[in-house]
Design a protein around this ligand. Structure first.
Ligand code: SF4
Length: 285
């Protein structure tokens, strides 16, 4: 059984940067917190916890030490509140590509003089990145997740369309197309290159194998989209760890494709590759 790994898979620049920042900060012998998981991978967050990096839901619990802002960013108001607390040191690990999208939304919300909801965010309403982006929009944002919502949308004025950094170009472009028919639009494509590269590589690989395994947090939006893209081509399983692998998936399979979301560490991918290899060897014995 052949195992092929996607050309672009696993940690992206933004995630690697955030983890480097967290690990360096942990060496400073102060208490280190992250507000919400620093990245969307429970296993890597667990590994960082062993280094003393604690994930918090409530910033009120922070008394002194360092607080690291996660790759997806945090809402504007919350950031301001944290800055007012002089007993904590803030280290911003928001990915620069997410920051760029935040700055675009912020600038648009200042430039738009009316109070109309004319900033459209293409993304998942409950995703932390989108929640934070909305907070920069000064109540002028509407989040649209899919074509159905785009068709239903009723607004007035010209529209400015921005994307969650990890959306698929297909969903983004389809929504833009629908809105363009009814409104004058200005499009800011803020999908990041790491996302595009991983999606393209996964799609290409899925067309050349019998089965795809997508590795990454179930809470990771970009991993879920990789799984959707692959599922459209071939039988695909989205798993977080080796424990979810099932031998029966590989019956009559000659080639397996392996890819991983931008927040999936290499050690998990390697572990899974090793087990799949063993399953293949067992079969040939
Ligand atoms: S997927 Fe893109 S936007 Fe998200 S952390 Fe990675 S590089 Fe940054």
């Amino acid at each position: 059984m052949k195992i092929k790994i996607a050309k672009n898979a696993g940690f992206c620049f933004g995630v690697r940067r955030a983890i480097d920042i967290a690990e360096k900060t942990a060496k400073r012998k102060f208490k280190v917190y992250t507000l919400g998981p620093i990245i969307h991978n429970p296993q890597e967050v667990g590994r960082l916890k062993k280094q003393g990096i604690e994930t918090l839901k409530n910033p009120k619990k922070v008394k002194g030490g360092f607080i690291i802002l996660r790759t997806h960013g945090i809402p504007f108001e919350l950031h301001k509140k944290l800055e007012e607390n002089k007993s904590i040191n803030i280290i911003d690990a928001t990915c620069p590509f997410v920051k760029r999208a935040q700055n675009i939304v912020k600038q648009l919300s200042t430039d738009i003089k009316s109070s109309d909801k004319t900033i459209i965010l293409v993304g998942e309403k409950v995703h932390p990145e989108v929640v934070a982006l909305v907070s920069y929009g000064n109540e002028k944002c509407v989040v649209i997740e899919n074509i159905r919502e785009a068709k239903k949308f009723k607004g007035c004025g010209d529209l400015n369309i921005v994307s969650q950094t990890t959306q698929t170009p297909k969903n983004f472009n389809n929504i833009v197309k629908v809105l363009k028919k009814r409104y004058k639009t200005k499009v800011y494509n803020t999908i990041c290159k790491a996302t595009l590269d991983r999606q393209k590589s996964a799609e290409k690989l899925a067309t050349s194998v019998d089965l795809m395994i997508v590795v990454g947090g179930k809470n990771s939006g970009n991993t879920r989209r990789l799984a959707q893209i692959c599922s459209a081509k071939i039988q695909t399983y989205h798993i977080e760890t080796v424990n979810s692998l099932k031998e029966k998936w590989f019956k009559n399979i000659e080639s397996v494709g392996l890819t991983a979301g931008a927040s999936t560490p290499n050690w998990i991918v390697k572990e899974i590759e090793g087990i799949i290899k063993k399953i293949g060897e067992k079969r040939t014995c």
